[in-house]
Design a protein around this ligand. Structure first.
Ligand code: ZN
Length: 139
């Protein structure tokens, strides 16, 4: 598999409103957008660092994975995201090499991208998101 770049770092937060004063106002990172992703029941604030993006992820009612993370470990770095050119090919290659991506088939994520994940169990403690830009989303 070949990664194109570090797309973003995901940070789990209880509430975007309570953490934006740190990331936006104190650290001065511009907010690119705040997006609700109903498919996965989260609200995401994207802040640009210049060479990558910090994604603050707030679970909405009914969301489970991020909520479980927050309950167990508290707020903090949740995942890193690597961009790939062809996520289906990357997923197939990882499976062929004995890895078990979280999703059998990539799904839509923030920004209309296709995403899949490698479990922290398979990646030495780091949840790794793999992401592919989709031309139809205009990105
Ligand atoms: Zn992410």
């Amino acid at each position: 598999m070949k990664a194109l770049r570090l797309d973003h770092i995901g940070v789990a937060v209880q509430s975007l409103e309570s953490v934006l004063p740190v990331w936006r106002d104190l650290l001065g990172l511009p907010v690119e957008e705040i997006e609700e992703v109903p498919e996965v029941k989260v609200r995401v604030a994207k802040l640009s660092t210049g060479n990558t993006t910090i994604e603050l992820v707030e679970p909405l009612p009914g969301e489970e994975a991020t909520r479980r993370f927050l309950d167990k470990r508290g707020e903090g770095i949740h995942h890193i995201c690597l961009e790939v050119a062809d996520l289906a090919a990357a997923t197939a290659e990882l499976v062929a090499r004995g890895m078990k991506p979280v999703l059998a088939t990539p799904r839509a994520g923030a920004g209309g991208r296709l995403v899949n994940f490698l479990s922290p169990k398979d990646a030495h403690g780091v949840l790794i998101e793999l992401s592919q830009r989709v031309a139809a989303a205009g990105t």
